[in-house]
Design a protein around this ligand. Structure first.
Ligand code: DP6
Length: 394
């Protein structure tokens, strides 16, 4: 028999950022975080795994990423995920005599992203969550068999912290947990995609070069040196998690946007408070913040409420969260300021957005600095989406 499974898993972009570990081996965070899962129709990792049942004595676990074989390092994150999933399968086999004994077979895994790794998007979240979704399908470690998605998220977390949040669709919290063994540090669904389906995301790819301080190293430098991080962890994030959860439950975009932008700002502030300091945003990133701030100010003045929320991860690229009713207007304003993006912008929503010929009423052009032409390499337009999908199982 053939034992094989294929799954896809989504990207997620945090609105309350994870930054700092209290245990670097188990990947336990210093604060809870919350993210929006983005649609796999546009961005996804696809992973297949197969048990090698007929291999010779030299058969072993092997991994291919985007077509290139990668070493599975002893004691590394991938190995840890594999061994945790095997352990669970073994327990399942021990409790159910009719199951085939497949836990000890070597596994071959092939994974690919449908977006360039250089797009500046974290591929670890979708990649590691696709790995866990695929192994859970292969091993039948599913909710029907008593393994919850949060149980699986506990293992995905050990592959990459943010990966645990990609195990769910919609709006997802990673509860930091208090236990030393990490058993309560899991992802939970705050609301499914159907609860608030019209939230769009515009990813402004300011730079597609992979550079700067990797998040894994950067966050531990922050833990070691930033006093502001301690304030953030204790005084800011717990209350913000509550407020943004309420905002999502009420579909209150203004409150959601306020918390999202404040949290991005504070994340980048703790990076500056790190020694040596970490700079992720550049001049273009800051110009986008000024554009969004002025758009929001002008529209609130007109009584229309907030139009967009910006957030930045460990790089210069902006992610704008926008409600469906406003997305064309926001996109056209972005295209007005970064007109070189039109050609490289195949909008999957077919909005037919063109650079705005004028700014919205009340918008003060003087607050936006002269932009550099060519500054935004491209825009990816997507929206909130569902969790990992099973494509095939044999
Ligand atoms: C800025 O999950 O990539 O995107 O756990 O070391 O793999 P590791 O780090 P990772 O960090 C993500 C940091 C962030 C914020 C976030 O996604 O919450």
């Amino acid at each position: 028999p053939v034992y094989e499974a294929t799954c896809t898993a989504p990207v997620n972009i945090a609105v309350v950022k994870y930054w700092g570990k209290r245990d670097t081996s188990l990947i336990l965070p210093t604060n809870s975080s919350l993210s929006v899962t983005l649609s796999q129709d546009h961005l996804r990792s696809l992973t297949s795994a197969r048990c090698i049942t007929s291999g010779g004595a030299d058969a072993r676990d092997r991994l291919w990423l985007n077509g290139e074989e990668e070493e599975i390092k002893q004691g590394g994150r991938t190995e840890r995920c594999l061994s945790e999933m095997r352990k669970m399968r073994k327990e399942f086999e021990a409790s159910n005599s009719s199951l085939p004994r497949i836990a000890d077979f070597p596994i071959h895994i092939a994974s690919e992203n449908n977006f360039p790794t250089a797009a500046g998007l974290a591929s670890s979240a979708s990649g590691l969550s696709a790995l866990i979704a695929t192994l859970s399908t292969l091993y039948a470690l599913t909710p029907e068999n008593g393994v919850s998605v949060s149980d699986l998220s506990r293992i995905a977390r050990q592959g990459s912290g943010s990966a645990c949040r990609s195990m769910f669709g919609g709006y997802v919290a990673w509860e930091m947990g208090l236990k030393d063994d990490g058993s309560d540090s899991v992802a939970v669904e705050v609301a499914p995609v159907e609860h608030w389906p019209d939230l769009h995301a515009l990813i402004l790819v300011v730079s597609d070069k992979k550079k700067g301080t990797p998040s894994t190293a950067g966050m531990q430098r922050t833990v070691a040196t930033s006093a502001l991080l301690q304030h953030r962890i204790k005084e800011v994030v717990p209350a913000r998690m509550q407020r943004i959860t309420t905002a999502i439950q009420k579909r209150d975009f203004d409150a959601f946007a306020e918390e999202t932008m404040a949290d991005s700002n504070q994340f980048h502030a703790v990076c500056l408070d790190t020694f040596p300091p970490i700079f992720y945003m550049n001049d273009v990133s800051r110009a986008v913040i000024q554009l969004v701030t002025e758009l929001n100010r002008a529209s609130v003045e007109k009584g229309e409420g907030v139009k967009a929320a910006y957030t930045y991860d460990a790089g210069p690229n902006a992610v704008l969260y926008v409600q469906e009713k406003d997305v064309k207007q926001v996109l056209e304003l972005v295209l007005r300021y970064f007109p070189q993006t039109t050609e490289s912008f195949p909008d999957p929503f077919n909005l037919g957005a063109k650079p705005a010929s004028d700014v919205p009423q009340g918008f003060n052009k003087a607050v936006i600095p002269e932009h550099e032409v060519g500054a935004v390499a491209r825009i990816i337009h997507t929206k909130v989406g569902d969790g990992p999908r099973v494509l095939a199982k044999e």
